[in-house]
Design a protein around this ligand. Sequence first.
Ligand code: CUA
Length: 346
Amino acid sequence: MKCFGRIAVGILVSLALAGCNGSPSFLAPSGPVARKQSDLFWISHAFSVPAFLIIAGLLFYNLIRFRKRVGQDRPLQEIKHATRIETIYTVVPLILVLVMFVLTIGYMEATAEPEAKNDELTIRVIGNRWYWEFEYPDYQFVTPDEFHVPINTDIHLIVDSVDVIHSFWVPQLAGKMDAIPGETNEMWFRATETGEYLGYCAEFCGIQHALMRNRLFVDTPEDFQAWVSLMRQPPPQPQTDLQRQGYDLITAGVCANCHTLGTKQDSRLLGPDLAHFSAHTTMVGAANPLNEANLRRWLLDTNDMKPGNLMQIIPLTPQEVDALVAYLLMEELTGGPAPETQSTNP
Ligand code: CUA
């Protein structure tokens, strides 16, 4: 009985957490693909919830109505055959399953491709342990963690991975898509509302799976073009000696073993490109707000923020940390949240 109590509490807590404000839900769609998918969810529940209630109701009714009473010793009555009941509980579920099957196929067809069939923007999405990378072939740049798209545009995603199987998911825009090394999967979505959307990795891929997130910004066409032109600019040139030292560390020092600065060509290279780093609002798998305090914490001990990460542990001197912070944040921060750090171990 204790065990049932615990399970009940667990279910209640999960339900309460699932309803937390701000948690992205595919039931709050912001585009046609997610909208169709949530429609299908509701339709299937319109069948399955009444079915569950009827079956569970009958079960409990019979459990109580025909329970063994004290002092009553009724012999078991064996029922051998009941054609009518057997026909009902065979045919009704069969019809329900067939209806759901046909509906699901219809919705899969309807969401497979945009109606107009003109992909206006193609983005390559590359899974890495443990961050997402977004490559814009039309504009020739690649950026980690966060990506932008213009509103009301068909976005064609080519999803791929460089190491293990990940799964790309922005719940409010479209369903999940596996990112499989050596194979490309394709999906599309269209966003009909501007704003910021949280995304996840939805396939267990190692120790930092839960913090392999992404952020999608749906912009007006003007904002999107402004972001693209910033990303296409060469990385900023250092203005002070300290910034110069940071720049040299990234382009020719220890960081250059894994990182690039606006020159990342091969997604198999370890480590994200650091050009226009401060144009992001988050860092380290889009799981922490980008600000100076977090950047220092990261540079001093990456395992403190992201245990088990694959960045080589090369201790930096306080002077080098200062230099990297000075360079990486020399462009104005684009509005990362307040400077307090976010817990990385929920
Ligand atoms: Cu990548 Cu889970």
